[in-house]
Ligand binder design. Structure first.
Ligand SMILES: [Zn+2]
Length: 368
């Protein structure tokens, strides 16, 4: 199976969520793996929202993980058909080409090659729906008994330009609500102003200090107040205000504990509920599995990369803990800088290299 052709084929299947559920794309990938002898199971967290788990028997499996949903096209007009899979000057264009149908295609192509080889360990592909909206597909697999099986290490094929990425921050997005009592704007003393309460909460959040040492690669955690809504008309005392808070944590932080500290600091007037709650991941640079991914990249590209970090979160936030905290590396052929952009594309050469890199990582894992 040619990974570039498969990328084009997958790009031509619209999987922009929520309008176009992933099922047709999942079926295509599932069929290829099934025909190659993998035991394939399909799981839907909502109608048409299909994830695929394909397993080749063997203990201590290597997991290759990716997602098949994409984000919307945006308002700007595309020069290249977003569902055309056009090839031009060594680039492959389309929505999902970098993020991350090229990664999925390279993983599937590598798996089909590996299916013909005798391997001493297992191999499992976890191809999920609904990553972009907060790892819904991965979370569904994690809570479905037996769906994921076991694995000993994992590669997530998100776009890194084929550089091994050993960690990313977590995301804790919160909706904070304050409540008051409405009254006529000419008699504010008769009401309780929810916007004023929310304003105090925003100032407390703006002054927030995290009590955690920075991660050597990921740096400090961050907090941003992204939205603020309150009041319906100027001549009433508002009885509700809502703040949206985007916190990016480092893997040393536990979200439950952080939420409790925030709640204590903001007091009983502010109700906090999580919208997205995904912890970060981090594997030590000197871990043998990380070193094996660096070796594989060096053998294929001729350059020895330094392990990096990503600014985005991935399905690893869910899958790595679900597999018991296995060593995890994010490594994929897409371009990190092009995710979610107009005229998204990937480099054909990197897709071809990724097949060989995944195959070498799997063979090294199975021989170790
Ligand atoms: Zn992605």
């Amino acid at each position: 199976m040619n990974a570039v052709e498969l990328t084009r084929e997958l790009v031509k299947i619209d999987t922009i969520i929520p309008a176009s559920p992933e099922r047709p794309c999942a079926e295509r990938v599932g069929k290829l793996l099934e025909d190659a002898g993998f035991a394939v199971s399909r799981h839907e967290f909502a109608p048409g929202r299909t994830s695929v788990v394909a397993r080749r028997a063997g203990a201590d499996a290597l997991c290759l993980a990716g997602h098949i949903d994409t984000v919307p096209l945006g308002a700007a007009k595309w020069k290249h058909d977003p569902f055309g899979g056009e090839l031009s000057a060594g680039l492959l264009y389309g929505r999902g080409s970098s993020d991350m149908k090229s990664g999925v295609a390279a993983m599937v192509a590598a798996a089909l090659d590996l299916a013909r080889m005798p391997l001493r360990k297992g191999l499992v592909l976890v191809i999920v729906a609904g990553e972009e909206t907060g790892c819904e597909g991965a979370a569904h697999l994690a809570r479905t008994s037996g769906a994921l099986g076991t694995a000993g290490a994992m590669i997530v094929g998100e776009p890194t330009g084929n550089v091994p990425v050993v960690g990313h921050k977590g995301a804790l997005w919160l909706r904070a609500v304050t409540r008051g009592v409405t009254a006529h704007g000419s008699m504010p003393e008769k009401g309780v102003n929810a916007v004023v309460k929310a304003a105090r909460a925003v100032l407390a959040l703006a002054a927030w200090k995290f009590d955690v040492a920075p991660d050597p690669l990921l740096g400090h955690p961050t907090l941003n107040v992204g939205t603020f809504q309150g009041g319906l008309n100027v001549n009433s005392v508002p009885d509700q205000a809502v703040i949206g808070v985007d916190i990016r944590t480092i893997p040393a932080q536990r979200h439950a504990e952080l939420r409790k500290r925030l709640q204590d600091a903001l007091g009983g007037d502010v109700e906090i509920e999580p919208i997205v709650d995904l912890e970060g991941i981090r594997t030590a640079e000197d871990h043998p599995f990380v070193q094996s991914t660096i070796d594989a990249v060096a053998q294929v590209t001729g350059e020895r990369p330094k392990p990096g970090t990503a600014t985005y979160f991935t399905d690893a936030s869910v899958l790595t803990p679900a597999y018991g905290g296995i060593p995890t590396v994010v490594l994929g052929p897409g371009e990190m800088a092009l995710c979610h952009q107009t005229d998204e594309h990937c480099r054909v050469e990197r897709v071809e290299q990724a097949v060989e890199i995944y195959s070498r990582i799997a063979r090294a894992w199975c021989e170790a």
